[in-house]
Design a protein around this ligand. Sequence first.
Ligand code: FES
Length: 123
Amino acid sequence: MEQTQIATEPAAVAVKRPASDSYYDIHLFICTNRRSNSKSCGGNGAERILRHAKRRVQALEDSVNLSIRVSSSGCMGRCELGPLLVIYPEGTWYRCNSTHDLDEIISEHVIGGGRAQRLMASL
Ligand code: FES
């Protein structure tokens, strides 16, 4: 009698993707959500920071060899820390209260490849 072996599927394992799998080299998401009854990123200047980020990145693309995208996002669930931004592929969270803060994040993280330690939002 012939026996059929049935393969069992291995348990799913999350695999960390290398940066090269990202469509963009760097993708900044800036929360611009606005809440009427509590602190929110949109109510604390996030739209101004988003406009500044888009201008900075547009100017940068001529001088760095990276594809960079800036997108607005909805609420990321940490409103009390806002305005917030997250940079992928690293998934690094920053508190960004001013265009000066944004310039520091661009300089240290996007251009320098490090972290703007002073502005990182704790996990
Ligand atoms: S409003 Fe920005 S994280 Fe909630």
